[in-house]
Design a protein around this ligand. Structure first.
Ligand code: GLN
Length: 188
């Protein structure tokens, strides 16, 4: 199994490190042809507006629309994967792979970044980092499964073979989210 990590911007190395600890091969994905031999893809955190520009410019946006294997988007990654954005003035190209509405930078200045314990639906709690994180403001289909909560808030979802987390699961060294994603890629 080989997992691609979108490597045009954002924290690629941290995801690689976690996957290598789990004995999984990784590949940095920059161009459409890099997607050919990966079984799943991680879209890391970063800056979603920059992602959008670079994805459109490189032809990756269309390649990702057609990519039919599992994707896990974290932080800026979940923004890129969402169906719609709250309060966005200019049109924001998103992949629409997660039927949710999301609000960028939703925690405001005082809570721009914080660590917290989230509760996974599948495997207890883990400490993770929220960094200028978005919030899921609406779930647009009954088929969307809630997989992570921070108190009462929904911070992680699964829609078919796509997963989105509003936080960074990779920074604290916890492997729970990646293990979940890998099981999905293996088809369990
Ligand atoms: N605030 C960023 C955005 O809107 C996301 C931050 C992150 O990925 N850590 O794209």
């Amino acid at each position: 199994m080989r997992i691609g990590i979108l490597a045009i911007q954002g924290d690629v190395e941290e995801h690689e490190e976690i996957l290598h600890r789990l004995m999984v091969e990784t590949k940095r994905v920059k161009l459409p042809e890099d997607l050919k031999d990966v079984d799943g893809l991680i879209i890391p955190g970063g800056e979603s507006t920059t992602f959008r520009k670079l994805l459109l410019r490189s032809g990756m946006f269309d390649a990702l629309l057609q990519f039919d294997r599992p994707i896990m988007g974290t932080c800026a990654g979940i923004i890129v994967m969402a169906k719609s954005l709250t309060n966005e003035e200019e049109p924001h190209h998103t992949l629409g792979k997660l039927r949710i509405e999301i609000e960028r930078n939703a925690y405001g200045r005082q809570r721009e970044s914080f660590e917290a314990e989230v509760e996974y639906s599948f495997d207890g709690r883990a400490r993770v980092a929220f960094i200028r994180a978005p919030k899921i403001t609406r779930i647009l289909s009954d088929e969307v499964e809630i997989i992570a909560r921070l108190g009462n808030e929904v911070v992680g979802v699964r829609d078919g073979k796509n997963v989105g987390l509003t936080f960074h699961p990779e920074i604290t060294g916890d492997t729970t989210a990646h293990e979940y994603f890998l099981e999905m890629v293996r088809g369990k």
